[in-house]
Design a protein around this ligand. Structure first.
Ligand SMILES: CC(C)(COP(=O)(O)OP(=O)(O)OC[C@H]1O[C@@H](n2cnc3c(N)ncnc32)[C@H](O)[C@@H]1OP(=O)(O)O)[C@@H](O)C(=O)NCCC(=O)NCCS
Length: 155
């Protein structure tokens, strides 16, 4: 059984481990194993940063948890941007992403937001499109070899 709940400080190490493994192993089509790109991408993915995100009242941070531990992390910012959305390698295509997203979307509705927006990885474009997101312009260079795919969803 997999549940989605609000993240807590005690999740910091496990959550960041999920995020770092997800970027390292699942987002190769984005970073192409380019050392500089990966280093920059991972630079602010530390337990310390996770606690900082949690302590910002404008962020809504959730984790997906199974009996075996954390399998996913999502962060929504009050202005409507999904800042972070990662599953652990091996946890994909079991509906966990959809569950995390539903929790973030419910919070967005509670906050009275009219839309959600985000910068997608290459891999996640199909996922977001399946959830009703529409592309919001061409891919945008980020850093290193990374390109982001802007998406928006009207609520
Ligand atoms: C993108 C990600 C969050 C999706 O989560 P997930 O749990 O695998 O997705 P779900 O199982 O909830 O999929 C929901 C629907 O999205 C679509 N979808 C998801 N992944 C897809 C893929 N790789 N290709 C095509 N469609 C996909 C499908 O329609 C799917 O429904 P179905 O399985 O019934 O066909 C996850 O794969 C992930 O963490 N990837 C690596 C990190 C990343 O790129 N994060 C995004 C940062 S912006």
């Amino acid at each position: 059984m997999i549940g989605v709940r609000c993240a807590e400080q005690r999740d910091a190490h496990a959550a960041i481990d999920v995020v770092r493994r997800s970027i390292g192993h699942l987002c190769v089509a984005d970073h192409h194993n380019d050392h500089e790109t990966l280093t920059t991408w991972l630079a602010n993915k530390t337990p310390h940063d996770f606690v900082r995100w949690l302590s910002n009242a404008d962020n809504f941070c959730v984790v997906a948890e199974s009996n075996d531990g954390l399998l996913g992390v999502g962060v929504l910012q009050r202005r409507g941007e999904i800042l972070l959305f990662y599953l652990a390698p091996g946890a994909q295509r079991r509906g966990i992403g959809k569950k995390i997203h539903a929790t973030l979307e419910a919070k967005a509705v509670q906050w009275g937001l009219a839309s959600l927006h985000l910068d997608s990885t290459v891999l996640a474009c199909h996922f977001y499109e399946a959830l009703g997101y529409k592309p919001m312009g061409p891919p945008v260079p980020r850093f290193g070899v990374l390109r982001c795919f802007p998406y928006v969803k009207q609520l």
